[in-house]
Design a protein around this ligand. Structure first.
Ligand code: ZN
Length: 440
């Protein structure tokens, strides 16, 4: 690089920095009613997914919203709108600057959890929430109360959308879709806001763990992306569990109980030895934050054979490996004690902590945090005690932190979302687009 171009680059950098800080101050005007209408148009379409189905999408009805979204994306002026044979939707907002800007993406899922029914959702709008109990359903005496859900109190004075007590709401993750579509529409209508190319992706079947499975990272073509699938306002997540599932099989010997002396081996007793040899305080009910656990999910036992199903979770890779090793060692010890192979164990990795893939590109988290600060939100950075589609996508080559979508109490009748949080998430998306274009 010659001296001239070097100076020019410096000048451009100074200019970009000035724009950068100027843009931090600019406010957006997102229309509240428009957000509410859009959100309600999505949640009133039933898209419950089904873990017992082998098809993609797992339920035929997910196509209903998928097709509607394709129409809407085309109508608001997105380009390259596509839907594949598995109902994965992608679309592009072209760059409106002439310098090179990394292509970034925003992703959410349109299915709702099979944990609770998503049919006939009748959203209720609570204006200027007064901080008191919300009667979801007078007839069935179902109340959403700050006594039980004290998060409600941070939203007094705001507009809440709740269920009628009979269904979940589907803010997970139709709030995310509302925010992404609304942000794209806003950027299209405000060409004075400068941004690079933005890709958006909507997936089926996230709630049954398959949202990322058939996601075509190459076709998406983004350098990094964000899932808009977190909960309360401010959430920004780039760490999740490392996860494995273990199946422990214990073989016993069945003999007539009346004549069993010295012959019968009751596999259920050996199973209790196995269970009690693992640290009993390292279970979900005794752990939080960065503490990992062994979780005994089921026991299926008879004298002859007992099967234990565990899940193993830990944020720390070394601790995670040590947990798996401890289970292998315990298996070995019990077999040694019985002088034959009574226990067999099969441990399969499920997903890994995305931190490993995000840390080398930490600026993608920084941009999201700066975007939140720029729209007056305090980023809440905390580890996810679970997995996200973003963690799978990160390992598929698309680093993908998770940002709040605004809802609370997912997967049940007490689910609700403050409209103001959806507006803020929409602003965060616009701001991330803007900051990415200004960043050097
Ligand atoms: Zn979700």
């Amino acid at each position: 690089m010659g001296i001239f171009t070097e100076n020019l680059t410096n000048l451009v950098n100074v200019h970009l920095n000035m724009l950068y800080f100027a843009s931090l101050k600019k406010n957006y005007m997102i229309d509240k009613k428009h957000i509410i209408d859009r959100f309600i148009s999505y949640v009133t379409i039933d898209t419950e997914s089904d873990p017992n189905s082998d098809t993609t999408p797992s339920t035929e009805k997910q196509w209903n919203l998928a097709h509607a979204l394709v129409k809407e994306l085309t109508a608001i002026g997105m380009t390259d709108v596509s839907i594949d044979q598995n109902a994965y939707i992608m679309a592009t907002l072209p760059s409106n600057v002439d310098h090179d800007v990394p292509v970034i993406g925003f992703i959410s899922h349109f299915d709702t959890s099979p944990d609770f029914t998503g049919a006939n959702i009748k959203p209720q709008i609570i204006e200027k929430y007064d901080g008191k109990d919300i009667v979801l359903n007078a007839e069935k005496d179902i109340v959403l109360s700050p006594d039980l859900f004290d998060d409600l109190l941070q939203y007094t004075g705001q507009t809440l959308i709740t269920t009628d007590g009979n269904t979940l709401l589907g803010a997970d993750d139709k709030a995310g879709i509302t925010e992404i579509v609304s942000a794209m529409e806003y950027l299209i209508q405000h060409p004075e806001i400068k941004h690079g190319e933005i890709r958006i992706g909507f997936t089926p079947d996230e709630e049954i763990g398959r949202g990322a499975h058939k996601f075509d990272v190459e076709k998406f073509g983004a350098e990094w992306a964000y899932t808009m699938d977190g909960s309360q306002i401010g959430e920004l997540e780039y760490e999740n569990f490392n996860a494995a599932a273990a199946t422990v099989k214990i073989k016993g010997t069945i003999v007539h109980p009346g004549y069993a002396k010295g012959k019968m081996v009751n596999s259920m007793y050996i199973a209790t030895e196995f269970i009690n040899s693992l640290p009993l305080l390292e279970t979900p009910e005794h752990t939080e934050n960065y503490q990992g656990f062994f979780h005994l999910a089921s026991i299926d036992g008879s004298v002859e054979e007992t099967v234990l199903k565990y899940i193993v979770r830990d944020h720390d890779k070394d601790h995670f490996n040590a947990r798996k090793e401890a289970m292998h060692q315990l298996t070995f010890d019990i077999n040694t004690q019985y002088e034959r192979e009574v226990v067999t164990i099969d441990i399969e990795d499920q997903y890994f902590n995305m931190k490993e893939k995000i840390e080398p590109v930490m600026h993608i988290v920084d941009i999201a945090a700066e975007a939140m600060l720029a729209v007056n939100i305090k980023p809440l950075i905390k580890p996810i005690r679970g997995g996200t589609d973003g963690s799978q996508l990160s390992y598929m080559g698309l680093p993908c932190p998770n940002i709040f979508a605004g809802g609370h109490n997912f997967h049940g009748r007490y689910e609700y979302v403050p409209v103001e949080s959806m507006i803020k998430a929409t602003e965060v998306i616009c701001k991330i687009a803007e900051l990415t274009a200004l960043r050097k």
